[in-house]
Design a protein around this ligand. Structure first.
Ligand code: NDP
Length: 508
């Protein structure tokens, strides 16, 4: 396994340039092509077992590196990643298997197949908010597809040695997945070294930079970017459960999830009772970092993110919003931002326009179904959403009309809880899909294969082109695409004539 730091000195003492890192990953890709999907799955099962047995110590490292609560670390990171890896192990063989597909009558006698082949070297650039879950879910999907992988963790949550320890339980996997520590500049140098595909998860601003960079080198990229997720609450909901769902959706991981509820749209007739209950529920929240599993909302992971959240709150207050907060910042250095509900917001406020990524949520009343669809679809983002209503027909209608990559109905942030579902956004939330069948196939290139027999026969569309053939092709088109019962008789007749003509040489 390669270990590389931003100082270009590897942890094992050798010095490697990003070019060399990519070259070594390419060699490991070539070398490891002999291993079957069955062998790869066996390696992943070892990783699952390691994480299962070491979950408490891994949770310690996660909470120390991020400041998140212990339950957020255990459930969103460890349970989340194990669930994905387990699903991958059960489904990868079927998904990556070569598939036989239909061959049309015009290609009679041939058979057609799709092979899902690995790209080679996959570069994963990952953010700091779910450092274990995002790195492992994607890296292992790419490994199962047959690739070598380079993970560039965020410099803010490197957790040096953790991924390497997890991988070391599975020697083949360890030789295929390389962790390269460093900042954004190292990310750029790795892109310059031309990996075969880049999977970027992070902010929309950085995502756009990476797209520009990779386009110069013609390297394909999938981008999972930021969001400003709405939760839409109609007046016929069970208030208590919906309030509980909204609170969790807004505050889990201290709001540092790409699919956190940032905009809470509530139908006007229940706006006041909803807000009253939401505030009461907020007052029950336990805010702490370094807890033993009994705190609800943890810390903001980085100083710069805490500053962005504060800037959004100050801007909203200045522009006339009403803020309701619970808990006090224990100390500036703890980065514990008090959970905050914001009402009386308007379109000019940063907190409405931009991703805030903190334990804060704006509540906005709406009147009609049409209005709410229009409001949500105005957003430049489109990651996920939730729609809450007893009327499932209405909830489904709205979910179909929303321009987002995912919608949970009567639940929140739930699509990402099912490893079988694809994950990804639309508009400025990115493109490409991680997870599920589509997510695994994203680590492969499809290769089309068609098999014909060895015989003396020439194809009708091969030379020579003659007037007779031209006329027969016209008749073939006419027969092939007619809609009545004569189709098959005509096809048989013209097919026979074409076949005979095709075996003749010019002048015969
Ligand atoms: P950033 O975009 O700041 O960073 C993401 C990664 O890119 C980090 O590893 C970072 O390195 C690296 N990076 C920064 N600049 C460059 C560059 N020019 N070239 C190559 N790599 C670079 O995002 P954050 O880490 O702040 O993560 C939060 C964001 O991620 C939020 O917007 C959130 O919504 C989004 N996100 C999206 C998800 C999705 O699936 N759609 C899931 C999770 C988060 P370094 O940190 O070392 O500077």
């Amino acid at each position: 396994m390669l270990k590389y730091s931003s100082s270009t000195t590897a942890q094992d003492g050798t010095t490697l340039s990003p070019d060399q890192v990519i070259q070594q990953a390419r060699q490991s890709f070539q070398h490891n092509q002999i291993y079957s999907i069955k062998q790869r799955i066996a390696e992943v099962k070892r990783v699952i077992e390691y994480i299962r047995l070491n979950r408490e110590s891994i949770t310690d490292e996660l909470t120390q590196a991020t400041g998140k609560t212990r339950t957020d670390a255990l459930v969103s990171e460890i349970l989340g990643v194990l669930d994905n890896l387990h699903w991958n192990c059960s489904n990868a063989k079927r998904i990556f298997a070569e598939k036989k597909v239909h061959t049309p009558i015009t290609l009679l006698g041939k058979s057609s197949h799709i092979r899902h082949e690995p790209y080679g070297v996959i570069l994963l650039i990952v953010p700091w908010n779910y450092p274990l879950h995002i790195s492992l879910t994607f890296a292992i999907g790419a490994f199962l597809a047959g690739n070598s992988v380079i993970i560039k963790p965020s410099e803010h949550t490197p957790m040096p040695g953790l991924l390497e320890r997890i991988f070391s339980t599975a020697p083949l996997l360890a030789s295929c997945i390389h962790v390269i520590y460093g900042d954004g500049a190292i990310g750029q140098q790795l892109i310059d070294a031309r990996p075969d595909k880049i999977f970027f998860t992070g902010s929309t601003v950085t995502g756009k930079k990476i797209l520009r960079h990779a386009s110069e080198l013609v390297v394909p990229v999938d981008v999972e970017l930021g969001g400003k997720d709405p939760m839409i609450v109609f007046e016929d909901v069970n208030l208590q459960r919906t309030v509980a769902g909204a609170l969790w959706g807004a505050m889990t991981n201290a709001g540092q999830s790409c699919t956190s509820v940032e905009l809470l749209y509530i139908q006007r007739s229940i706006f006041t009772p909803f807000i009253t209950q939401f505030k009461q529920a907020m007052e029950q929240l336990v805010i702490n970092t370094g807890d033993q599993g009994n705190a609800d909302v943890g810390a903001i992971t980085t100083n710069f993110q805490a500053e962005i959240i504060q800037e959004h709150l100050d801007d909203a207050k200045r522009k006339g919003a009403t803020l309701f907060s619970v808990g006090q910042a224990i100390s500036a250095s703890s980065r514990l931002i008090p959970p905050t509900l914001i009402t009386d917001v308007n379109e000019d406020m940063l907190i409405v326009q931009e991703e805030t990524f903190g334990p804060v949520v704006c509540a906005i009343p709406f009147d009609s179904e049409d209005e709410i669809i229009r409001l949500v679809n105005q957003s430049p983002y489109g990651l996920s959403a939730s729609v809450w209503s007893k009327d499932l027909k209405r909830a489904k209608r709205v979910s179909h009309a929303l321009q987002t990559g995912a919608v949970s109905i009567n639940n929140v942030m739930l699509t990402e809880g099912n490893p079988a579902l694809p994950f990804g956004g639309v508009k400025e939330s990115g493109f490409g899909r991680g997870k599920g069948e589509e997510g695994l196939l994203a680590f492969t290139r499809s290769k089309a294969i068609i098999i014909d027999k060895q015989s003396g026969k020439k194809e009708p569309n091969w030379y020579p082109y003659t007037l007779k053939k031209y006329q027969l092709f016209g008749e073939l088109i006419d027969a092939l695409f007619r809609q009545d019962w004569l189709k098959y008789i005509k096809l048989a007749l013209v097919g026979g004539k074409l076949e005979k003509t095709s075996q003749q040489n010019r002048g015969d």
